[in-house]
Design a protein around this ligand. Structure first.
Ligand SMILES: Nc1ncnc2c1ncn2[C@@H]1O[C@H](COP(=O)(O)OP(=O)(O)OP(=O)(O)O)[C@@H](O)[C@H]1O
Ligand SMILES: [Mg+2]
Length: 256
């Protein structure tokens, strides 16, 4: 029998973010293990987006610390955190709408290849990032998310569901160790949600996924571990089954 080894990937310690008198994230001690999919749920305004914004470095904490793979990353810029493997896709799409699908992904690929190159240049392994390298990578991600048929289309003219897929492809091209998806199914049609759910499942085989999601069917289908936030704090944590049967969660969230 396999022994379950839970390795801590990320943790927050007393993490707090205030906006004036409002405490959006309130002294949160959050732990993320190397499990494939961890979901954060909770009502509107609970602090989910603020928590992951702190984790990815888009927002600075009022107090508290963040650890990733054993290192304190609290002071790192968001760019440095991307290089470390923390990649966040925005709740609102962040593609370049006047560029083609291909060009959007190529930008991400180029950035990632360059970042990796820097690390080896002193050892004499430096080489140019060639057009062919980029093409190969872009094709891989287009295929992975199922956009290979529309690679020349201008991103802004794609249907919303395809823009979401493009955004996921761009995130994958950044080479994440931890991919944070903030309400990826928001605004998608039923069939698109099903398709994206499958894609997330596929991605989670090689990348840790932190998923913020309001759609409970998606959460309970995908997640191995669920954190419930309310009022800037963690209200409950556990397996999907434990969360479903938690009285406090029922009362505050799932019941309404
Ligand atoms: N930049 C900001 N300035 C002021 N208040 C903010 C800011 N960002 C978030 N807040 C407030 O912090 C609280 C938590 O917001 P947050 O966006 O983290 O919630 P959420 O759980 O992601 O909600 P939703 O499910 O609606 O996306 C809310 O009361 C929100 O109004
Ligand atoms: Mg949010």
């Amino acid at each position: 029998m396999d022994e379950m080894v839970t390795v801590e990937l990320l943790s927050t310690h007393g993490l707090t973010r205030k906006y004036g008198g409002l405490v959006a994230v309130d002294d949160v001690n959050f732990k993320l293990y190397q499990e494939s999919i961890h979901a954060i749920i909770g009502p509107n305004g609970a602090g989910k987006t603020t928590l992951v914004s702190l984790i990815c470095g888009r927002t600075t904490p009022s107090s508290g610390r963040i650890n990733f793979k054993g290192n304190d990353i609290t002071g790192l810029s968001s760019a440095k955190r991307v290089q470390a493997g923390i990649v966040y896709t925005f709740q609102v799409t962040s593609i370049f709408s006047n560029l083609s699908c291909y060009e959007n992904i190529a930008l991400s690929v180029q950035r990632n290849l360059r970042a990796h190159q820097k690390g080896t240049s002193l050892l004499g392994k430096w080489r140019m990032v060639s057009e062919a390298d980029i093409e190969l990578e872009v094709s891989k991600y287009l295929l992975e998310v199922g956009l290979e048929g529309v690679q020349t289309q201008i991103a802004g003219t794609l249907p919303y569901g395809h823009q979401k897929l493009l955004e996921v492809a761009m995130s994958l091209a950044a080479g994440p160790k931890l991919l944070i998806l903030d309400e990826p199914t928001q605004g998608l049609a039923e069939a698109e949600i099903e398709n994206l759910t499958q894609l997330i499942q596929e991605i989670s085989k090689s990348v840790n996924v932190l998923l913020i999601e309001h759609n409970m069917e998606v959460v309970f289908n995908l997640a191995e571990h669920v954190t419930v936030m309310d009022n800037g704090s963690i209200l409950a944590e556990g397996t999907p089954a434990e969360i479903e049967n938690n009285d406090a969660v029922q009362a505050s969230y799932l019941g309404n």
